[in-house]
Design a protein around this ligand. Structure first.
Ligand code: HPA
Length: 235
């Protein structure tokens, strides 16, 4: 047990897929894993461990924002000996060059978050994916004939803001999309010398207000889920 995860040692697999939403973790475990077992439900943040094509894998949620993913990913790496976390999330596109359902493998996350500074003394406003997961995802996507673009994104601390234009940090650094977690995940992985990647599906186009509808959402995320599961089997 760790402070925020009630699984016993050994009940978490070395590779964890991490959606933001606990119900998405439940959906993926229920639809894709064999012998899935609920191993933690502290604060309704569900963690399931099972097998995908014979490989042990854990699927569990991060919650929203850097503070939340910072806690869960740190405990998984540090107390459950997890080697690799692949975040699977959604993002808003800052540009109409991206379309709904597009897939992004995050190369760099820029952020105004002070998480990495206060946790580890990292002064940069950006952090990279860590370890081999990113490359394995790109190779697996090619084998699956899935189009995935490598890109820099903005890990924002803010969802609602007064100013509607693209924030300076994103505009200056060519961030094509925004989400809220990759930066803290990458910080933890860098500090603890672990592997971390972030795969995102574009769920909304910010300039045009287009969105994937609630009904489309489950199906829309299937390619990302399958890519993450197939990649996990190759790690
Ligand atoms: N902002 C931040 N995070 C997001 C968004 C957004 O517009 N869409 C999906 N995740």
């Amino acid at each position: 047990m760790s402070i925020h995860i009630s699984a016993k040692k050994g009940e978490i697999a070395p590779i964890v897929l991490m959606p933001g939403d606990p119900l998405r973790a439940k959906y993926i475990a229920g639809n894709f894993l064999q012998d899935a077992k609920l191993v933690s439900q502290t604060r309704n943040i569900f963690y399931y461990t099972g097998n995908y094509k014979g490989n042990p894998i854990t699927i569990g949620a991060s919650g929203m924002g850097c503070p939340s993913i910072g806690i869960y990913s740190y405990e998984l790496y540090n107390e459950y000996d997890v080697d690799c976390i692949i975040r699977i999330g959604t993002c808003g596109a800052y540009t109409t060059d991206l379309k709904l359902f597009d897939l992004i493998n995050v190369d760099r996350a820029f952020s105004e978050s002070t998480y990495a500074l206060h946790a580890f003394g990292y002064n940069n406003d950006h952090l990279y994916h860590e370890g081999k997961a990113y490359a394995v995802i790109n190779d697996t996507a090619q084998e699956m004939n899935l189009n995935v673009q490598a890109a820099a994104i903005h890990s924002s601390d803010v969802f609602y803001r007064a100013e509607q234009s693209t924030p300076d940090i994103a505009a200056t650094n060519n961030c094509v999309a925004v989400e809220m977690e990759a930066f803290a995940l990458f910080a933890n992985a860098k500090y603890l010398k672990k592997s971390a990647a972030t795969l995102l599906t574009v769920s909304d186009i910010i300039p045009t207000h287009e969105q994937i509808s609630a009904e489309e959402r489950e199906k829309a995320l299937l390619p990302m889920m399958e890519l993450a599961l197939e990649s996990a089997g190759r790690l």
